[in-house]
Design a protein around this ligand. Structure first.
Ligand code: 5AD
Ligand code: SF4
Length: 438
């Protein structure tokens, strides 16, 4: 909503995952609607500076304090500073103790309180049992053709390396009718693609705050795909454990579902997976991934891998390499294990792996993956693929994404924007494609 009287300025920086991006979009929209803020990229003119933090690994947490220190130096007289997100949840009032110029701390699961907390100097709201699942957030348009919608909050898993259950609390699903209404509205204003977000999307439907009966993610996908005018459905992150046959079938057969799927492996070793409490084995993961590859020939499979989890032997690591070789991931997000507070893996401290071993394993994964990536991208040359165009570049190129979420560049004009068009692929780099509209 635009206000006629002069607005206050908000500078917001977002770290971490897509869930955090979406939380930031909600913060921006709520503050616009209720407090007359509009965003600025210029920190010096901001009346309010917010950093939306991530705590999944240690580095960004260390960076936080040096960063807000700089905000404090650059900010104009009287401007407020707020720390939001996962690090806010887990450090709470310690943030204000360490950096007394911080005005408020708002945890990841408390975003709906943003409009009141900005007025309360020294406030700390980090209740991980707060239930935002029925809150009708104000909406901010972040892209003309795409929208993101949360389908659940929190996470019920107990992966032993992960801090998220401690920062985002138990999993609660957002009612399907709210999700569908939201997407329908976004489609009316021009969105053709939706990204469904949750820490663990495919366990959707097991708990609602009004105690209604259970449903499934597969059912939700099916219902969302009935929305007229919606062309493409994406989601992240699913859990390999919950990829049952019904889900894979829906994924394969529903033409509106983008054929790109994130399958966070974490480790290829059954014994490491057990120590991580992932709930599946190497064989289960391979069975699911290879079934998806067989049923959906053009599928792109992306993954997350943690190397050097405490106790990971060379043999365990070889299992990870073996899975990478068998699945040939289209994209790998690699991480070296980082011990986090409030996680069970801290008890395995004496089994921690020397940093050099971790670095060597990380490099091995990266190098192997680069080979696969080049090969997979080259295999697209000569194919005709459907591309949703989104961006016009100054050099006359238009870019967009294929159904399986490869980025493609073609020569063209703004007439292509927002449309799904067939493109013949003529060239490939390791990360992008070039083509011609057919
Ligand atoms: N150390 C390293 N990587 C981690 N991740 C989560 N927790 C940790 C940790 N303690 C990674 C996982 C997850 C991704 C979002 O971050 O791979 O899927
Ligand atoms: Fe997202 Fe996890 Fe980081 Fe929180 S800790 S911002 S949930 S990646």
């Amino acid at each position: 909503m635009q206000h006629t009287n002069e607005s206050k300025k908000l500078f917001i920086e977002t770290l971490g995952c897509q869930m955090n991006d979406n939380d930031s979009a909600h913060i921006v929209a709520e503050l616009n609607k209720h407090k007359n803020y509009t965003t600025t990229q210029n920190i010096e003119e901001a009346d309010l500076i917010i950093i939306n933090t991530c705590s999944v690994r240690e580095k960004p947490v260390q960076k936080l304090f040096s960063e807000i220190g700089q905000f404090n130096v650059k900010k104009k007289e009287g401007a407020k500073i707020g720390v939001c997100g996962c690090t806010a949840s887990h450090l709470g009032k310690d943030i204000i103790k360490r950096a007394p110029y911080v005005d408020f701390v708002l945890g990841a699961r408390n975003i709906s309180k943003i409009s009141t907390i900005v007025e309360q100097k020294g406030a700390v709201e980090i209740d991980i049992n707060n239930d935002d699942s029925n809150y009708d957030f104000a909406r901010a348009e972040t892209s003309m053709y795409k929208t993101s919608v949360n389908i659940s909050i929190g996470c019920d898993k107990e992966c032993t390396y992960c801090i998220v259950p401690a920062t985002r609390g138990d999993e609660i699903s957002i009612p399907p009718e709210m999700i569908i209404e939201q997407i329908t509205k976004d489609v009316k204003r021009g969105a053709v693609e939706v990204m469904l977000l949750g820490q663990n999307v495919n366990s959707y439907g097991r708990r609602f705050s009004d105690g209604r009966s259970k449903t499934t993610f597969t059912q939700l996908l099916h219902d969302i795909s009935k929305i007229q005018g919606l062309e493409r459905i994406r989601f992240t992150s699913p859990h390999p454990l919950h990829m049952d046959d019904a889900f894979i079938e829906e994924f394969a057969q529903n033409p509106k579902i983008s054929k790109c799927i994130h399958m966070p492996l974490q480790s290829g070793s059954t014994s490491v997976l057990k120590a991580m409490k992932r709930g599946y084995t190497k064989e289960w993961f391979l069975n699911r991934a290879l079934k998806i590859r067989k049923m959906v020939p053009d599928v792109r499979i992306t993954t997350d891998i943690i190397v050097a989890f405490p106790g990971e032997t060379q043999e365990d690591f070889n299992d990870t390499i073996d899975v990478i070789n068998q699945v040939k991931f289209d994209q790998i997000f690699n991480f070296k294990y980082s011990p986090r507070p409030n996680t069970a893996a801290l008890e395995l401290k004496e089994l921690e792996i020397p940093d050099e071993t971790g670095s060597k394993r990380l490099i091995e994964v990266i190098e192997l993956h680069k080979l696969h990536q080049s090969e997979l991208m080259r295999s697209n040359v000569g194919k005709t693929m459907k591309v949703l165009f989104e961006n016009l570049k100054p050099n006359g190129e238009v870019s967009g994404f294929t159904d399986n979420y490869c980025q493609v560049f073609v020569k063209g004009s703004d007439e292509l924007l927002g449309k799904i068009v067939e493109v013949k692929i003529t060239d490939a780099t390791r990360t992008t494609l070039k083509g011609e509209v057919v």
